[in-house]
Design a protein around this ligand. Structure first.
Ligand code: PLP
Length: 411
């Protein structure tokens, strides 16, 4: 008798394709054409360029902030925000272990020490209790990350930041359109940093923005990313820049990127709704399968979408088939999926002279929840799968159940 599982040559559970990403239409094409014909292609010098200014206004307003500063990508958004907050050598910045590495590398770029904390086992987002324990008199900032269409306990983190006089920089690279209670992600802390890299919820291929309600931070961010120039011309007066800032950068975004993003923003609200609906539906269906547990979404996070979607795989309910074998089998069934990035302490490059090197390379720190997620438990599904329908989610569930029915072929 032949095999059932596609990894063994059986028929795939899902043979149709998935929504293609990025989504675009003639509007993006026309927007780019308009910029090309205008001759104003580059980043604005000493002033936000026309498309940039329009995008800064619309994006920041739609995310609850007065000011927006476009930059070349999300990593740079974090770097600029840290510099604007006056963070530099001898400072500590608390970051979660489970995130894309840019959250930690931006801290190293600022010359500061990333203090890594473990994630909460239910949400896989920064654990507020671990943050509290990690605060020292050198702590200057906390960077919570919206991961897996979920969020850390933002109320508790805001309270901790207030009590200890810490700057909160929200890493919203995966959090476009999120709302916590009544506040949009990016407007809860002091600054919010977004990415528009190819796979993100809105994209211009690359790009980033910092949003804030703090005018001084906004001015500083603009000057740092535009070679030391203030947005409305001139150079910063004495006292505007934090004394720790020893340099500026050319981190500008082009008008072509901004023009594309203006169109992408028009689709955001509708796409959040579709992905959120599918996330909630898939959560419910996956809970029916013993050994599969979707990541918890705090009910105070009222708007969200998964980047990526994540569930926990418990191999004891799958005849001890290791997670990586399960992933290979699920992919063969036609469901794109993968394991997470390694946790920060395993992935970042720590300069030998740094405090971080002593802590994480010589000191052998460990973050059990994040390590378990990376090594044996977490399975991630890309965001574009969630632009489909309930039936698409059912196909994911059916593929997992099919693997479960035929574990003898896997083990
Ligand atoms: C959580 C997180 N932070 C920061 C970044 C950095 O953004 P970018 O790739 O635009 O530099 C990313 C994206 O890759 C991310 O996922």
């Amino acid at each position: 008798m032949g095999f059932h599982l596609a990894i063994k040559g059986g028929k795939r559970a899902r043979s149709r394709g998935w929504p293609l990403w990025p989504i675009f239409d003639e509007r993006e094409v026309r927007a780019v054409e308009e910029v090309i014909r205008s001759g104003y292609w580059g980043g604005g010098v000493g002033v936000s360029g026309p498309k940039e200014a329009e995008f800064e206004e619309k994006f920041s307003r739609s995310h609850g902030c007065k000011y927006g500063i476009c930059v070349a990508n999300g990593t740079i958004a974090l770097h600029v925000a840290l510099l604007a907050a006056g963070i530099g050598p001898s400072d500590e910045v608390i970051v979660p272990a489970l995130t894309f590495w840019a959250t930690g590398s931006a801290v190293l770029m600022a010359g500061a020490t990333p203090v890594i904390v473990d994630v909460n086992p239910e949400t896989y987002c920064m654990d507020a209790g671990a943050v509290e324990e990690a605060i020292t008199d050198r702590t200057k900032a906390v960077i919570p990350v919206y991961n897996y269409g979920s969020a850390p306990d933002m109320n508790r983190l805001v309270k901790l930041c207030r009590e200890h006089n810490l700057v909160m920089i929200e890493d919203c690279a995966r959090g476009h359109g999120f709302v916590w209670e009544d506040k949009p992600a990016g407007s809860i802390g002091d600054m919010g940093c977004f990415s528009f890299q190819q796979g993100k919820f809105m994209t211009a291929g690359e790009g980033g923005i910092i949003i804030t309600n703090n005018r001084v931070y906004a001015e500083r961010c603009y000057a740092i990313k535009d070679c030391g120039r203030l947005r409305e011309g001139g150079i910063p007066e004495e006292g505007i820049m934090p004394s720790e800032i020893i340099n500026w950068y050319n981190y500008r975004m082009t008008q072509i990127q901004a023009a594309i993003l203006l169109v992408q923003l028009e689709r955001l609200r509708e796409q959040v709704e579709i992905r959120q609906r599918n996330q909630v539906y898939l959560d419910k269906r996956l809970r029916e399968i013993e050994g599969i547990e979707p990541i918890k979404v705090d009910e105070r996070l009222t708007k969200h979408q998964p980047w990526p979607y994540c569930f926990k795989y418990n191999s004891t309910f799958f005849r001890n088939a290791p997670r990586d074998k399960f992933i290979a089998a699920l992919r063969a069934e036609g469901i794109p999926c993968s394991k997470p990035h390694p946790p920060l302490h395993k992935a970042l490059y720590f300069p030998r002279w740094s405090e971080a090197y002593r802590r994480y390379v010589e000191g052998g720190a460990s973050f059990p929840v994040s390590e378990k997620a990376y090594n044996e438990e977490a399975v991630e599904l890309p965001q574009y799968l969630f632009l489909g329908t309930n039936e698409d989610m059912d196909d994911i569930v059916e593929a997992i159940m099919k693997i479960k029915r035929h574990l003898d072929e896997l083990t």
